[in-house]
Design a protein around this ligand. Structure first.
Ligand code: NAD
Ligand code: WQD
Length: 349
């Protein structure tokens, strides 16, 4: 069988870099389109090193998705079997202050991609949606049938894109689309060579925790300890990024089946962990004491969020393999080997 060409938008980013590695190891060719706004070429180099004999099956095109002529050129030169669409801006707080930036980048980028795909007859898509589309659910675990409610502009871009995907499938049944709603991806590749390297102030728990552990920040601020949870802190469904990457390979296999339509799947572990439980697991993995500052709740935060994973297990034959201790071990391994992320090697290029 001929090797399949997969276009991976945002493939230099955190989840994208782990996914392209899994794609290469599974025998796919991966073509990355990324404007490198929130990522580094070093990630692509590292993926090549990790991919060994498959390294030549990876290429990077530094292109913004909204640059339609460049995207057209790419689709004219390569026949893609499917697209995995990660590219987008993802900081919830920033989206509240800069909604137009988020609507422009995420919506126009996606619409441009879908138009070019349709024009070239490539109608298989896996899209990175998010658990954020459940808003503040009344109960847990969240099933894919829960009502959708975005609570910020970032979340609305995910909701709108999901609706756009449902609409294009209704207008043209040749499309096969899988919307993956990720819960909280954390950790890093076990090699410690690739991981999350946010630009500027980290918005999420694990990158912040990691920066405290390597001495870049004095303490972790815990947002709220008066929730109705095991220890008062917020509960989330943390998921190892390598498991998440494998979820995309499972989704690609699903796209090969007939009558997929436009389907949605949660990707999580189905288990909830509190902030303090996560801190304690990370302290154990790193051997470092994390200083904490207790603060008020972060506006917009849900109390408890975790996934029902039954649908993904049943229909994608995918289930997370790694637990919290594995996630913290690999996050720490990446952090201690790369305390400043890809930065030190970046300046050498
Ligand atoms: P990331 O920022 O590390 O990766 C996104 C990549 O997209 C970056 O490399 C960035 O440079 C690129 N990009 C952004 N806009 C672009 C554009 N217009 N043209 C070309 N490239 C562009 O983020 P991530 O954590 O890897 O997330 C990947 C996807 O998963 C995003 O769509 C995000 O919203 C979604 N998601 C992430 C999480 C999470 O917690 N990390 C959770 C749920 C969903
Ligand atoms: C986790 C827990 C915080 C930072 C976000 C997006 C969501 C999705 C995943 C993209 C919460 C607490 C955090 C800190 C803390 N991304 N916390 N101190 O908010 O569940 O989800 O990332 O789609 O859309 O909203 O993840 O890592 O920010 O927070 O106490 O410095 O850690 O309050 O309980 P969240 P998070």
């Amino acid at each position: 069988m001929a090797t399949k060409n997969i276009l991976v938008t945002g493939g230099a980013g955190y989840i994208g870099s782990h996914t392209i590695l899994q794609l290469l190891l599974a025998g796919f060719k991966a073509v990355v389109v990324d404007n490198l706004d929130n990522s580094s070429k070093v990630a692509i180099q590292r993926v090549k090193e990790l991919a060994g004999e498959y390294r030549s099956n990876l290429s990077l095109h530094q292109v913004d998705l909204r640059d339609k002529p460049k995207l057209e050129q790419l689709f004219a030169s390569i026949r893609f079997d499917a697209v995995i669409h990660f590219a987008g801006l993802k900081a919830v707080g920033e989206s509240v202050h800069k909604p137009l930036l988020y609507y422009n980048n995420n919506l126009i980028g996606t619409i441009t991609l879908l138009e070019v795909m349709a024009a070239h007859g490539c109608k298989k898509l896996v899209f990175s949606s998010s658990a954020t589309v459940y808003g503040w659910p009344k109960e847990v675990p969240c099933t894919e049938k829960f009502p959708l409610a975005a609570t910020n502009p970032y979340g609305r871009t995910k909701l709108f894109i999901e609706e756009i995907c449902r609409d294009i499938f209704h207008s043209d049944s040749e499309w096969k689309i899988i919307l993956l709603r990720y819960f909280n991806p954390v950790g890093a590749h076990p090699s410690g060579q690739i991981g999350e390297d946010p630009r500027g102030f980290p918005n999420n728990l694990m990158p912040f925790l990691q920066q405290v552990a390597v001495g870049r920040r004095p303490a972790l601020t815990v947002f709220g300890n008066d929730y109705n949870t095991v220890d008062g802190t917020g509960v989330r469904d943390y998921l190892h990024v390598v498991d998440l990457a494998d979820g995309h390979i499972a989704a690609l296999s699903k796209l090969d089946e007939t009558n997929i339509g436009c389907e949605v799947y949660n990707l999580g572990t189905g288990k909830g962990t509190s902030v303090l439980e996560m801190v304690s697991a990370f302290e154990k993995a790193s051997g470092k004491k994390i200083s904490l500052v207790m603060a008020g709740r972060r506006p917009g935060d849900a109390e408890i969020l975790y996934a029902s994973t039954e649908k993904a297990e049943r229909e994608l034959h995918w289930k997370a393999r790694y637990g919290i201790d594995d996630m913290c071990r690999d996050q720490w391994n990446w952090a201690r080997k790369n305390p400043y992320g890809y930065e030190s090697q970046e300046s050498a290029i």
